[in-house]
Design a protein around this ligand. Structure first.
Ligand code: F3S
Length: 395
């Protein structure tokens, strides 16, 4: 990969060890993917925050960066950590874990990275304009930013996004190049999607069947924020789809033909609903993958007309700023009065969740990951049904 004089100097360590290390990572990545050069980025979003997933190795790596007072060059935000930074005891997190997790956050903050600890940075100000190059490493946010903002980001790792934040650049390869952003399959919708969870099932089916291929969705009647979040998250979890298009909203004509055309019909939707449906009573209901929006906290506070049952816990995950807004509107107080808990800074998958037999969630991504990441059986239903069950309704 070609480096200009300034970039060469960084690689030679003229601006310090952390910059050198970050540039070395970007060069290795660029050389591997045959990038020709580095390009400037507007912002970054960094995953690899939870002590549960990173362990002591994460702290050791971060300590190498933080030496010499490294500061990031572009606005950057953090993905969820392994615990609610205030209420971790209520989550069953141990003192030892909490101490390590706080250390990780402290290091990131020392570099100037905003500790939003959320996977929906796009609802919290880390946004982009059409064509902006960014470096994001949360897969659901990558797909969301590429597809709905028209930003350009590869699916970065936590380390490469951090290196990009430090240098302010990323290697130009993959879907930073317009020619690699063409749709590769046409997915025609012939099913009635009734709620965001159904959009998650559509995303799950596409990711599972087509891996990292870029789909063009056809005949999607409408899409709102919640549907878009679930679709992006599920597609990026069952596969590694970094970008999709919805034909209804596209003014562009794509050059390539679409040799592969598949139909997502009512039969497929029904089969997937059945696959994810619970077959026994859950002992925890989890909402907030991706992190819950303010409008959903309002909806939950209105839907909880009776207390959460003694047999079930209701845990809701969101970002601290959204919880604060919900507090000012009284939603948080109502939900917690009814027995639900709203946790911030963490998520259902990256917290060291205590032992439960069956977790029910409205998120297909969470249902997909919980058995492997947390060793908990999972099932998924739309939000309204999850809340009914949390209030004591039978499966
Ligand atoms: Fe976010 Fe965690 Fe789900 S990072 S998308 S809530 S797995």
């Amino acid at each position: 990969m070609y480096l200009n004089r300034e970039e060469e100097k960084i690689l030679q360590g003229e601006y310090g060890e952390a910059q050198r290390l970050a540039m070395k990572i970007l060069c290795a990545l660029g050389d591997f993917f045959k990038a020709e050069r580095l390009i400037k980025i507007e912002s970054a979003h960094i995953s690899g925050v939870s002590y549960k997933t990173g362990g002591d190795a994460l702290i050791e790596v971060l300590e190498r960066f933080v030496k010499g007072e490294t500061k990031i060059l572009v606005a950057s935000t953090l993905n969820p950590s392994g615990m609610d930074l205030d209420r971790w005891r209520e989550m069953g997190v141990t003192e030892g874990f909490a101490q390590k997790q706080s250390e990780i956050i402290k290091i990131y903050k020392a570099m100037g990275i905003l500790d939003l600890c959320s996977c929906i940075p796009y609802e919290l100000g880390n946004v982009a304009k059409l064509g902006d190059h960014i470096s994001f490493s949360e897969s659901s946010a990558v797909t969301f930013m590429n597809s709905f903002f028209g930003a350009y980001t590869n699916r970065e790792s936590g380390l490469s996004a951090l290196a990009s934040a430090i240098v302010g650049k990323t290697p130009e390869y993959g879907i930073h190049l317009p020619e690699n952003r063409m749709p590769e399959i046409l997915v025609e919708l012939d099913a009635e999607l009734n709620n965001p969870t159904d959009y998650g099932l559509l995303g799950y089916s596409i990711g599972k069947s087509f891996g990292s291929k870029i789909p063009l969705l056809h005949k999607v009647p409408s899409i709102d924020l919640q549907q878009a979040k679930q679709l992006s998250a599920a597609m990026a979890a069952s596969g590694s789809v970094p970008l999709f298009y919805i034909r209804n909203y596209e003014e562009r004509k794509f050059e390539k033909e679409h040799p592969e055309k598949v139909i997502f019909d009512q039969k497929k939707l029904k089969a997937l609903r059945e696959d994810f449906a619970p077959t026994s009573q859950p002992d925890i209901v989890m909402v907030g993958c991706p992190h819950t929006s303010l409008s959903i906290l309002k909806k939950i506070s209105e839907t909880l007309v009776s207390p959460v049952s003694n047999q079930t816990k209701l845990w809701i995950f969101t970002s601290r700023p959204i919880k604060l807004m919900a507090e000012s509107m009284g939603y948080t107080q109502k939900i917690e009065r009814m027995g639900g808990k709203i946790f911030c800074d963490t998520c259902p998958v990256v917290c060291p969740i205590p032992r439960f037999d069956l977790a029910l969630t409205d998120s297909i991504k969470a249902a997909h990951y919980l058995p492997t990441m947390s060793k908990i059986e999972s099932a998924s239903l739309p939000l309204e049904d999850c809340l009914k069950i949390a209030m004591g309704g039978k499966v």
